[in-house]
Design a protein around this ligand. Structure first.
Ligand code: C2O
Ligand code: CU
Length: 478
């Protein structure tokens, strides 16, 4: 439930619209019923055959009570809102049959995955209503939390806020993975946070301009359930419980903390394990980011989600979203003192580039001066296989942005002129760039080249992406 509100900020102008088909499923799985219990998205079982695991997903429309008593048109994968969790294992070959029944074109992007550009689900992979898209690739990623969502030009915000998003857990055989909780829904718990805007007719919006005055609700959802006036419950049957948190909001920064001010033991950032379990009091997640933490439970712990920026809901706010109550008698072993080895890049010989985030005319957004609302109009970054690069991401606006790069994990090597510390030393694929600020990130382009299909780099404030704050990255053989 809601615990406080303050502040106000703005996030650009209105973007593109399209209509989802009405009709279809209603209220299945992650529907926003205030049952008081945490809804856990289904785990999608794959079918293994001939060395390939196949997952079958259908993007469809439906309805959901995003705000209690108001029926909203929504969309989901295999259900009316959000999608099931997929669990991939490093080294496996996976194949996905994605069928589009939305009545509009879509794509499915595997956010954070290191996969070939033709399988990445960017705008060039758009497929029409009635079509099945079947990407296949080997899972090269280490253990981490990824997610999947649409990425077609101009419609990403619209499709994601209607519910098209799901989590991907990558498992591996590392010592850290063996030592950490991993039983899905039992001691390994997905938390998908969203802060939306919904008008009085139930239409879900991804920007609040023009709606704040007219009785619009700004629900905060946890796995699809509105927590504005409810604190959900989860009974932990293991003392040590792992949480994977995804900020799937269209814009707002969400911060997770304990209601009692205690610490969370953070174990992972976007792109996998930290070097060691790290005690933190807050986990600040920019749009698109993920983090993992564990709780060693003696007594009940209430988790709070803080809408830090208040772009969508017109003010920040603190929500008690989940009370975790232990009902366990086990005694977990100590956490491993080392989870991962992260060798920090020495960037002195890296190729340097500057990526400037800007605003154009007529409500457009830019990267390096180009409005990326079409593939042809985008700035194009061209690099070669195994190139090592260091990019300065310069925020030429006073708005805040979430910088996301496809294909390879990056290390943040500078934040507004300062050297990063603590959890900012973990591997990332999304990072906050404050208004007028800058970050430096370093990465190495490994394994995949393509002269036709491109990776994307963009702001993960979805409206900004749709308004053109997106560029293309081509990795060639050189
Ligand atoms: Cu989560 Cu290019 O996207
Ligand atoms: Cu932005």
């Amino acid at each position: 439930g809601m615990a406080g509100a303050a502040g106000l900020a703005a996030v650009g102008a209105a973007g593109a619209t399209f209509s989802l088909l009405t009709g279809g499923d209603s209220g299945k799985a992650a529907a926003a019923e205030a049952t008081g219990t945490l809804t856990i998205p289904d785990l999608l079982e794959g079918t293994a055959s001939g060395g390939t695991t196949t997952y079958t997903l259908t993007a469809k429309s439906g309805t959901n009570e995003v705000i209690s008593g108001v029926t909203s048109t929504t969309a989901g994968y295999n259900g009316s809102y959000l999608g099931p969790t997929m669990k991939w294992t490093k080294g496996d070959t996976v194949l996905m049959d994605f069928t589009n029944t939305l009545g509009a074109e879509t794509t499915v992007h595997f956010h954070g995955a290191h996969i070939p550009p033709a399988m990445d689900g960017g705008p060039q992979n758009a497929f029409a209503d009635g079509v099945t898209w079947s990407p296949t690739f080997e899972v090269l990623d280490e253990a981490k939390t990824l997610w999947y969502h649409p990425h077609a030009l101009g419609t990403t915000a619209e499709q994601v806020v209607h519910g098209l998003a799901g989590m991907i857990i990558v498992a591996d055989d590392s010592d850290a993975s063996a030592a950490l909780p991993s039983e899905y829904g039992v001691d390994d718990i997905p938390i998908i946070l969203q802060c939306l805007a919904v008008d009085t007719a139930g239409d879900i919006k991804y920007e609040a301009t023009g709606y704040r005055a007219s009785g619009v609700g700004f629900p905060v959802l946890v796995n699809g359930t509105n927590v504005d006036s409810t604190t959900l419950g989860f009974t932990a049957t293991r003392k040590r419980t792992r949480f994977r948190v995804l900020n799937a909001s269209p814009a707002d920064i969400m911060t997770v903390q304990r209601g009692d001010g205690g610490t969370l033991t953070q174990i992972a950032t976007d792109q996998g394990y930290l070097t060691e379990p790290t005690e933190v009091t807050t986990i600040r997640l920019v749009a698109g980011a993920r983090a993992e933490f564990v709780l060693d439970l003696e007594d009940a712990v209430t988790l709070q989600a803080v809408v830090t920026t208040g772009w969508i809901r017109g003010g920040s706010g603190t929500y008690d979203f989940l009370t975790v109550t232990p009902d366990a008698t086990d005694s977990p072993a100590d956490l491993p003192s080392t989870l991962n080895t992260i060798t920090r890049y020495d960037t002195s010989a890296f190729t340097a580039r500057t990526i400037t985030l800007g605003q154009g005319t007529g409500g457009t957004m830019t990267i390096n001066g180009s409005v990326g609302t079409t593939m042809a109009g985008m700035a194009m970054i061209s690099t070669t296989l195994d190139a090592e690069e260091v990019w300065t991401i310069k925020n030429g606006t006073q708005l805040e942005h979430s910088f996301h790069l496809h294909d390879v994990p990056y290390q943040v090597v500078e934040i507004n002129g300062e050297t990063p510390t603590g959890v900012d030393l973990g591997w990332r694929d999304t990072f906050e760039v404050v208004g007028g600020g800058s970050i430096k990130i370093a990465m190495k382009f490994t394994d995949f080249t393509d002269d036709t299909y491109m990776y994307m780099l963009h702001c993960h404030l979805l409206q900004h992406e749709d308004e053109g704050m997106m560029a293309a990255l081509m990795v060639t053989d050189g």
